[in-house]
Design a protein around this ligand. Structure first.
Ligand SMILES: NC(=O)c1ccc[n+]([C@@H]2O[C@H](COP(=O)([O-])OP(=O)(O)OC[C@H]3O[C@@H](n4cnc5c(N)ncnc54)[C@H](OP(=O)(O)O)[C@@H]3O)[C@@H](O)[C@H]2O)c1
Length: 308
């Protein structure tokens, strides 16, 4: 059995990325609450008010610093400013929805720059300090989409698969130095990534694309099936906080009913069944959206006929 130590007598220096909202914000507040020395980073300091309010509400404090994980200068300046840390939580991430056919090269690369290269570069910057002290912990927030396909989010899934591969590989490389590398794979949870931070590819509504109706179908599936069943951001933050203090953490953690269900099916060799289920749901939603649009058109036509 793993032993859990919420050890307040040995507070850790913890650096977390993407703390303007979601998991990052809640993890920063939770870690500060547990007595840790928290460096909460975000790419845009103008967005720090929600974090400041949440810290104030709990009567705790954290150091807030600017960090854009895609900007090497920003990473260098941060490392110079804050020095070594005990725990690095690579949390920042973005999602751009839309069929791979409609995503631009720039959009796909932007997803990789943030979700993969940003993490690689930040990890490279903070690992030498951990190696020197022969201890440290790196917690990478991957995704269920790093373990299975995520239709209409192919670049996101590919970037998270890359992140899972990176995490598994460097875990072994860093073993001689007493550094734990852990990946957390959440299913859907209600945060800004599916709220105000939700991005659609610029060609998402291109009616000339063979994927136009399917993009719309996927979005309808998100609203009807996925978001209502999503977990809470606090559930995920609680897991990240727990992993920070576990004496002997596992190599990876799943969180969310959808994540457990999907990986269990894969384990049983039923991945194909799951893919067909996803396809059927999106097809159904696409039909529904088409029907809705046809009804809207008919109503508009009727109004035109009736108006003098
Ligand atoms: N919520 C889910 O369902 C879910 C599921 C699986 C995995 N995840 C992963 O969990 C992590 C946290 O996401 P969340 O759900 O908490 O969403 P969120 O509320 O949108 O938070 C994402 C954070 O990442 C930041 N960010 C984006 N690009 C950045 C960059 N270049 N440099 C620094 N920060 C950047 C955002 O900052 P801005 O405010 O400036 O945009 C925001 O603070 C992500 O890696 C995401 O992929 C989430």
């Amino acid at each position: 059995m793993q032993t859990e130590k919420q050890n307040l007598t040995t507070p850790k220096r913890i650096l977390i990325t993407g703390c303007s909202s979601g998991f990052g914000l809640l993890t920063a507040v939770g870690a500060a609450n547990r007595g840790h020395d928290v460096i909460a980073t975000m790419r845009n300091l103008n967005k720090s008010q929600p974090l400041q309010d949440a810290l104030k509400a709990e009567n705790v404090s954290a150091r807030i610093e600017q960090l854009d994980v895609t900007d090497p200068d920003s990473i260098r300046q941060l490392v110079e400013k804050v020095g070594p840390v005990d725990i690095l939580v690579n949390n920042a991430g973005i999602l751009i929805t839309g069929s791979f056919l409609d995503q631009t090269d720039e959009e796909m690369r932007r997803v990789f720059e943030t979700n993969y290269f940003g993490i690689v570069n930040l990890t490279k910057a903070f690992t030498p300090g951990m190696i020197k002290r022969k201890s440290g912990r790196i917690i990478n927030i991957a995704s269920l989409a790093g373990l299975i396909g995520h239709p209409f989010n192919a670049a996101y899934a590919a970037s998270k698969h890359a992140l899972v591969g990176f995490t598994k590989s460097i875990r072994v490389e860093l073993m001689p130095f007493g550094i734990d590398v852990i990946s957390i794979e959440p299913g859907y949870h209600r945060t800004e990534i599916i709220g105000i931070n939700a991005n659609q590819s610029e060609n998402f509504y291109n009616r000339r694309s063979p994927m136009f109706e399917w993009n719309r179908g996927f979005l309808r599936t998100m609203f009807d099936e996925i978001i209502p069943r999503a977990g809470t951001a606090q559930d995920a933050a609680d897991l990240i906080l727990r992993v920070m203090t576990l004496e002997a953490p596992k190599s990876h953690y799943l969180i969310g009913k959808d994540a457990r269900f999907a990986t269990m099916l894969q384990w049983l060799g039923l991945g194909g069944w799951l893919e067909k289920k996803m396809y059927r749901e999106i097809r159904r939603a696409r039909r529904l959206e088409n029907k809705r649009e046809a009804e809207k058109k008919a109503r508009r036509k009727q109004k035109k006929i009736q108006s003098p």
